[in-house]
Design a binder for this molecule. Structure first.
Ligand code: 48F
Length: 254
């Protein structure tokens, strides 16, 4: 016999337990697109306690849609090893490799979970905590609260390092810049995303993956947006390599 209230209890107790278990983590990641998911996996594999918060119902960010909703992504030679590491199937097409965007997201999510990363959906990062000129955690709320404009106070989680993997909107860096006025960029502020130039952008997204303010790293498209680098369109090698790099940079410091 199925008792409905037991179902309710099982869901609420387990979910609240998972949330409470992540009140203090080593690394908190904002955004579950490809760069955030890759970072979460490699950090967790290095023995780091990591929690990733995604605003939407589904993780995967801009990867699902491939290019113009054709569900394929392109990855360049330099990032082929990451596809192999995820068992993502691909075919050579010209100088690049092409893979299913759906398979890619499914495997990025699956490997992040298997590595022990804690993934939360439907939660939006709306602010950060800063102590002694260092970012030390996220202020978060249900995305439904945000989207309906309800006046509901958020909760907070602490972390040794935070990652802004929010993609084009660059949300966490924008908040931090707003609060502290100065980031580690040449201009000291957010330089904005440039127009499409895939080759340059793919190189720069890895270079730009860095600590933009004490305690706050930026990865993926957010890294290019903060440093004024161009966008790249549906080529994803840079996102994968950026996620891997941010994981390495942080793991070395912990
Ligand atoms: O946009 P997104 O996929 O970022 P990414 O990992 O990859 C970029 C590519 O998808 C693509 C590209 C080609 O390579 O340029 O755009 O850099 O994923 C960002 C995720 O962050 C979530 C958002 O819903 C998306 O799934 N997000 C954004 N703001 C917040 C957030 C927030 N404030 N709190 C939580 N999640």
């Amino acid at each position: 016999m199925i008792e409905e209230t037991e179902v309710s209890r099982a869901i609420v107790e387990e979910a609240v337990g998972d949330f409470l278990d992540c009140l203090n983590v080593d690394v908190a990641i904002a955004g579950g697109g490809p760069s955030g998911l890759v970072a979460a996996r490699y950090l967790a594999e290095a023995g780091v306690k990591v929690a990733l918060y995604e605003r939407k119902l589904s993780l995967g960010g801009g990867m699902w849609g491939g290019g113009m909703m054709y569900p394929k992504i392109v990855v360049q030679e330099e990032a082929k090893g990451v596809l192999d590491d995820y068992d993502i199937k691909y075919r050579k097409s010209g100088k690049q490799y092409v893979a299913s965007s759906i398979e890619s997201v499914a495997k990025l999510v699956s490997k992040a979970i298997d590595s022990g990363a804690n993934l939360f959906n439907c939660i939006s990062i709306e602010d950060v905590m800063i102590r002694k000129k260092r970012v030390c955690g996220f202020v978060l709320n249900w995305s439904a609260v945000e989207s309906t404009g309800l006046h509901v106070d958020p909760l907070a989680v602490k972390s040794k390092y935070c990652v802004d993997a929010t993609g084009h909107p660059l949300e966490v860096c924008a908040i931090v810049c707003d609060k502290v006025g100065k980031l580690n960029t040449p201009s000291g502020g957010i330089m904005g995303e440039g127009s499409m130039w895939a080759e340059l952008s793919e190189k720069l997204v890895v270079e730009n993956t860095s600590e933009v303010y004490p305690g706050l790293y930026v990865s993926g498209m957010a890294a290019n947006a903060v440093y004024g680098s161009p966008r790249m369109g549906p080529i994803f090698g840079g996102m994968l390599l950026s996620g891997k790099k941010v994981a390495q940079l942080i793991a070395e410091k912990l």
